[in-house]
Write a protein that binds this ligand. Structure first.
Ligand code: AMP
Length: 281
């Protein structure tokens, strides 16, 4: 497995693969990889002849005062993990390789990016759409893999690919959780032992919402209220949002019907965590 740092190196490598008729999968990540990322990489290895994992903490998707500098990094461990899963290349560029000093072009999505995480992180999805467009243009993959953990991101990427006629398939992969239910996240690293325990309130409230819906509850208001009350029993938790939205448009709905998305963002101490569940038929 190779670690490549420049756009040219990746393009040259992909061209050599293409000349041999090989298919290419891309897994975009910010590194500090865990089994959530691992599930995407394994799926990509299964479905493509060659797999590129990008490891790039993308500055344009972090707002002022967010955790860009503090974001955990461990390239040695990430490389060993990607190699063990059968990936062929890690693309690990410096920010200056991706963004020229006079960079001025962004991909901005309306509507879908204005709810949920877009409310407290107004420039986040502009950064995500921009960097994913760049990665798609650099790697030109047949397929790119995204986790349901970031459900709004997945919906936005699907819409962007459709709206802009990007020539690749987006593959969504289910949320991977710790044994006790907490959704795996690189940001779990920030949690103290006490906060790690408190963070269980996220998955517990998601499971409560799932149970109510499975038992026939159709009112988004009732589900949101019960989940909010549950989260508020945890003194270290501070709610950013508890929402029920349409799973495609990301707009709030009153009556729960598939494909709905029940999504939450909660701060545990200084760490903002997200979780969700999809309502299917
Ligand atoms: P990140 O490095 O956090 O930007 O995540 C890179 C990709 O991995 C995104 O598509 C995430 O949705 C996905 N991912 C992160 N955590 C999980 C998880 N626990 N389960 C499934 N996918 C995940």
């Amino acid at each position: 497995m190779k670690v490549l740092g420049t756009v040219k190196e990746v393009r040259d490598q992909v061209k050599r693969w293409r000349a041999r008729g090989l298919s290419v999968g891309l897994v975009p990540t910010m590194g500090f990889l865990h089994e959530g990322h691992g599930s995407l990489i394994s799926k990509a290895v299964e479905q493509n002849d060659r797999v590129v994992v990008s490891v790039f903490v993308n500055p344009t998707q972090f707002g002022p005062g967010e955790d860009l500098e503090a974001y955990p990094r461990d390239m040695d461990r990430d490389s060993a993990y990607c190699e063990s899963l059968g990936a062929n290349v890690i693309f690990h560029p410096e920010p200056s390789e991706m963004y020229d000093p006079d960079f001025t072009t962004y991909v901005n999505m309306e509507v879908l990016s204005e709810t949920l995480c877009g409310v407290t992180r107004p420039i986040h999805f502009r950064g995500v759409c921009t960097v994913c467009t760049k990665l798609f243009n650099i790697v030109k993959p047949d397929r790119a893999y995204f986790g349901q953990k970031d459900a709004q991101q997945l919906a936005i990427i699907r819409r962007m690919v459709r709206d802009l006629n990007m020539d690749l398939e987006i593959v969504g992969c289910p949320i991977v959780r710790e044994e006790d239910g907490l959704a795996k996240s690189s940001r779990n690293e920030y949690l103290s032992p006490e906060e790690r325990q408190a963070a269980l309130i996220l998955s517990q409230s998601i499971f409560l919402g799932e149970k109510m819906i499975a038992e026939g509850e159709k009112s988004a208001e009732a589900v949101k209220k019960a989940m909010t009350e549950k989260i508020n029993t945890e003194p270290l938790a501070e709610i950013d949002y508890v929402e029920v939205v349409d799973g495609v448009s990301m707009q709030p709905i009153d009556e729960i019907k598939a494909p709905a998305l029940v999504a939450i963002a909660v701060k545990i101490g200084r760490t903002r965590l997200i979780d969700n569940t999809i309502v299917s038929d």
